[in-house]
Design a protein around this ligand. Structure first.
Ligand SMILES: Nc1nc2c(c(=O)[nH]1)N[C@H]1C(S)=C(S)[C@@H](COP(=O)(O)O)O[C@H]1N2
Ligand SMILES: [Mo]
Length: 341
């Protein structure tokens, strides 16, 4: 995709803080600096603040049929039903299929955003299933086909804001998480939902990294999870969800930073206590449990005031709750959003 490459070094990766502990470990183990381990976090600390506004090509308007390498969803309608929920920004154009599928954070594969897609080729998830259990009346295990048959597919065009300071507009296909949760009948004790990603070392090379408490886990409060915006994603641009975007099913929680939108989900549990999450376990001061998009609460190492929309030259202001305030402020009435970051 000539002219559309966005270098990973333009942003400050979430993995950046690991650099120091890696240096220490490498020193201890007597390995030379500059090894392949370090190049994964090639960006400089503060790279975001250096504001490299390099112009990139505008995303091409691309119909799903033109998307290279995309597979049709078996049994899915050619054009998924367009949602009654108007979630797209006025005048915003969705990012191209190429942008969305070649610039990815999926650390189980790689810490290099452009390195994920090649590694996730041939990722064949159709036989995987998702188990929903814990504090529920009716536990369920469903594979991708069963999920699609039971819950259908609608389109949601959502803004996606990564904590690293970049964003995209993505036309997802899927269904509201609330539909699935209602079906399993959470008990009165259930206060949180815990999500767990696939962790298969045969297909995910970076699971060998000792720096992460795999498997990738995330969590939401039950009322957040029941908000209609919380979306179970099974497709993209009318196609099966590519491996690099979190096949067979991933979450999209558009009012929170991207890392809350857990990929390749194999397990969903209703639980009583606030679940541990991968990023919060690694670095609690930087990555809180809530992680609502909030320009008023800087990340300890960079501002969250603005963002770079992939495909745009200039940074744009970041909005509270990523602009979804009308739909979600009710969830946080009376809560201090800085203390509960
Ligand atoms: N299992 C898992 N889920 C994950 C991640 C990951 O590394 N592993 N990265 C998160 C981050 S930081 C972001 S920004 C989004 C990226 O989603 P995308 O590649 O589809 O844009 O996925 C989130 N979900
Ligand atoms: Mo992210």
């Amino acid at each position: 995709m000539p002219g559309q490459k966005i270098r990973s070094s333009e942003i400050t990766p979430e993995s950046e803080y690991l650099l120091r502990s890696r240096r220490r470990m490498l020193k201890l183990s007597g390995l030379a600096l500059g090894s392949a381990l370090l190049t994964a976090c090639g960006g400089q600390v503060g790279g975001l603040l250096a504001s490299r506004n390099q112009p990139t090509a505008q995303p091409q308007a691309q119909s799903p049929g033109q998307a290279a390498g995309a597979t049709a969803i078996p049994g899915a309608p050619a054009a998924p039903a367009v949602s009654a929920v108007k979630t797209d920004e006025q005048g915003a154009r969705a990012n191209s299929f190429n942008d969305i599928t070649n610039y990815n954070n999926f650390y189980e594969f790689s810490e290099d955003k452009e390195g994920v897609a090649p590694l996730a080729q041939g990722f064949q998830p159709n036989t995987w299933s998702v188990t929903v259990g814990g504090l529920v009346g009716k536990p369920m295990t469903l594979d991708l086909d069963a999920l699609r048959k039971k819950y259908g597919q609608e389109e949601r065009i959502y803004r996606h804001r990564c904590v690293e300071g970049w964003s995209m507009v993505i036309p997802w296909n899927g269904f509201s998480l609330a539909k699935l949760l209602k079906d399993v009948q959470p008990t009165a004790k259930a206060k949180y939902v815990r999500f767990e990603s696939l962790a298969d070392p045969k297909i995910m090379p970076n699971l060998s990294s000792p720096f992460y408490p795999w498997p990738y886990t995330e969590g939401l409060r039950v009322d957040e999870a029941m908000n209609d915006l919380a979306f179970m994603v099974t497709g993209l641009y009318g196609h099966a969800l590519p491996g690099q975007n979190g096949a067979p099913v991933r979450l999209a929680v558009p009012w929170k930073y991207g890392f809350k939108s857990v990929k390749s989900i194999v397990k969903i549990d209703l639980v009583e206590a606030q679940p541990k999450t991968l990023w919060n376990t690694l670095n609690a001061p930087e990555y809180g449990f809530y992680s609502n998009v909030n320009p008023n609460r800087p990340h300890p190492r960079w501002s969250q005031d603005t963002e770079r929309r992939i495909g745009e030259a200039d940074r744009r202001p970041t909005l509270l709750f990523n602009g979804y305030d009308k739909q979600v402020t009710g969830l946080y009435t009376g809560m201090d959003l800085i203390a509960n970051y």
